[in-house]
Design a protein. Sequence first.
Length: 259
Amino acid sequence: MPSANQALSPGQRMPEHVATRLERLILDGVFRPGQLLPSERRLCERLGVSRASLREGLRILRSKGIIDTRQGHGSTVATLLPVGNQSPLMHLFKDHPRTLFDLLEVRALLEGESAWLAASRGTSADRVLITRRYREMTDYAQSAEEIDVERLARLDHAFHLAVSQASHNPVLVHTLQSLTDLLLSSVFASVKHLYHLPAPRAMINHQHQQLHDAVVRGEAEQAKRVALEHLSSISQLLRDIDDENERLERSSMRLEEWR
């Protein structure tokens, strides 16, 4: 955990300073929603504060709904944005598959920029994590006798999320995390409908390698270009499949009239 031993702002009390530093660590993704915070002893050591100041700082965060505390279980970072089925909007999106293409457009906007930022700002630790997620995804795809679509989709999503986290833009990262269920649905669709086809599978694998290499090498323009190309080509392939299915359905309906 990065050191949080920074000077107090003018007029700021130590507990408020502690709360502010913890908020910053949460925004930066060091502590993530659902994650258990380190022990009080560990936090006091890293923040350089007394246990009394720490406890008061944690109380401030609880009052804001930023952390949840259970007796005997410690404090965890709260869910900061509605996820899953909590939002009526999520129901609408999930129940209307045509929004998949709208989602791919949004992913291109967000992930293209996050790839550029990741290549520009990513640290050595970020690059290690991106490479780790990339290898987990590729190792599974290459070694599995039969691909579990959901598992590969989650590994694919984890790789893209690692890239976004390296952008060091908390708003961008939390926006993408708040859309996890929807993003997974788009990744699931691409894996389910495209990965069993040799040409699309080779294309997806190659683009993932290009994205990984561009980000870890710090090639910002290349990283953005590959991210946009990746999502644009997936969208076009899925549209082609969708159009073909509609043509087959119309043909089948016309054939029924002659029976």
